[in-house]
Design a protein around this ligand. Structure first.
Ligand SMILES: Cc1ncc(COP(=O)(O)O)c(C=O)c1O
Length: 398
């Protein structure tokens, strides 16, 4: 549905707007491609934990990748089959391991030899067998932003090649874990996905051989997420190049009989279905700058403050007054008392006035999921495109 100031008039701002049609189209097309290339997609719930989104992606046939005990519970609550739930994370608590293990999820991705020992000890104490994959740190540079790389040996994630002998020794002693395979995830927002995938598949193929040579056959090989999203042009690219990614995997991975290839994209599935809609509180002119102060803050969408991330910003209300100047330059800032609470610097926008509705695009991933109540600011409501009438309305004061 086309976003206009008119359809959003009167809704309490700020709010996340999820276009369920974009989400469903994306999911169906990705499912089709996944079947073509025989790849099993697991949605990384951390990107957006909205229950409707998780349920829709599960109904399309995707599994999930979770990174906390509560994400595992969310997935179970959304009807994701237990065998399709994977659980990664470098610091799982005993309680999280117990609950995921006893539920019989597809795999706990262990990230250290010590974690493997603890998973086995918990499973032995309570009398179950835990499915595990081993998360490997392949020491590959994905040439992305340093805060979102996870596959370098200086990162905290996974087990490095030098630890493999110790790990298989431990595996051999663990009677209460079932080794299911290998897990990799090297970064987020990867631009050169074909090249990076080729390198990763090479490392994965060698690791599979190494484990097989030591008595452990790989049933699942999980190549992680990381496919990048076009934040500059959300209209042109509602759908990132899944085909290029799947093709690169298909061409470079050695498929052994009975082996399943998993991927676990987060942002690529959900970023473009979501926008943050916010209202202009004030337009503030100083002698050096013009600020548009909006009612959403870094507490609602932290990516620009946290990573310096770019989101396209548009003024929806200005579309209704095309005769006014369209070339003003503003810093678009939030209300939080931090200078980093800035959604965009030096943005060229139409003449903007108090009360205008602005859209911050591509906010479906790591938007609401990373929001917080810093300075006790409220969490934004969620408005779904197919339930727009249910949105909470604002109470006018002036
Ligand atoms: C283990 C794991 N899998 C998948 C993802 C999803 O990554 P993306 O949203 O970039 O696809 C992440 C992101 O941090 C992750 O840590």
């Amino acid at each position: 549905m086309k976003k206009t100031a008119q359809i959003f008039a009167g809704i309490r701002t700020p709010f996340y707007y999820y276009d369920m049609e974009i989400l469903e189209n994306t999911a169906r097309q990705v499912k089709e491609l996944a079947e073509k290339y025989r790849i099993d997609v697991h949605y990384a719930t951390k990107a957006n934990e909205d229950a409707r989104i998780v349920s829709l992606l599960s109904e399309v046939g995707f599994g999930v990748d979770c990174v906390s005990g509560d994400e595992v519970k969310l997935a179970l609550g959304c009807g994701v089959p237990v065998s399709k739930i994977m659980f990664a994370g470098v610091g799982k608590s005993d309680e999280e391991i117990f609950e995921a293990g006893i539920a019989g999820i597809g795999a706990i991705n262990v990230e250290s030899v010590q974690e493997l020992y603890i998973v086995n000890a918990i499973a032995a104490k309570y009398g179950f067998v835990a499915n595990v994959c081993v998360r490997v740190n392949p020491n590959i540079d994905a040439h992305t932003f340093r805060y979102v790389t996870s596959g370098l040996n200086t990162n905290k994630f996974g087990v490095s090649e030098s630890e493999f002998p110790e790990l298989v020794e431990m595996l051999a002693q663990c009677n209460n874990v079932k080794f299911r395979g290998l897990h990799f995830h090297i970064a987020s927002q990867i631009k050169d996905i074909a090249k990076v995938t080729k390198t990763l598949c090479g490392v994965a193929n060698r690791a599979v051989e190494w484990f097989a040579g030591h008595g452990f056959e790989t049933e699942i090989i999980n190549l992680g997420g990381g496919l990048g999203v076009n934040y500059e042009n959300p209209y042109g690219d509602t759908f990132p190049d899944f085909e290029g990614w799947f093709k690169a995997i298909d061409e470079n991975i050695v498929r052994k009989p009975g082996m399943t290839i998993h991927v676990e994209p987060g942002r690529a599935l959900v970023a473009q279905c979501g926008d943050l809609i916010t209202k202009v509180l004030f337009v503030k002119e100083t002698e050096v700058k013009s600020f548009v102060v909006v009612d959403a803050g870094m507490n609602n969408l932290v990516r620009p403050a946290f990573y310096g991330a770019f989101h396209l910003i548009e003024n929806l209300s200005a579309e209704e007054r095309p005769s006014l100047p369209s070339n003003r330059v503003y810093d678009v800032v939030g209300p939080v008392c931090e200078s980093s609470d800035t959604f965009g610097k030096g943005r060229q926008l139409p003449l903007t006035v108090r009360g205008d509705l602005m859209v911050v695009h591509s906010a479906g991933a790591y938007g609401q999921a990373m929001s917080m109540r810093y300075t006790l600011r409220p969490i934004a409501q969620v408005v779904y495109s197919d339930r727009i009438n249910e949105a909470e309305k604002e109470t006018p004061i002036l």
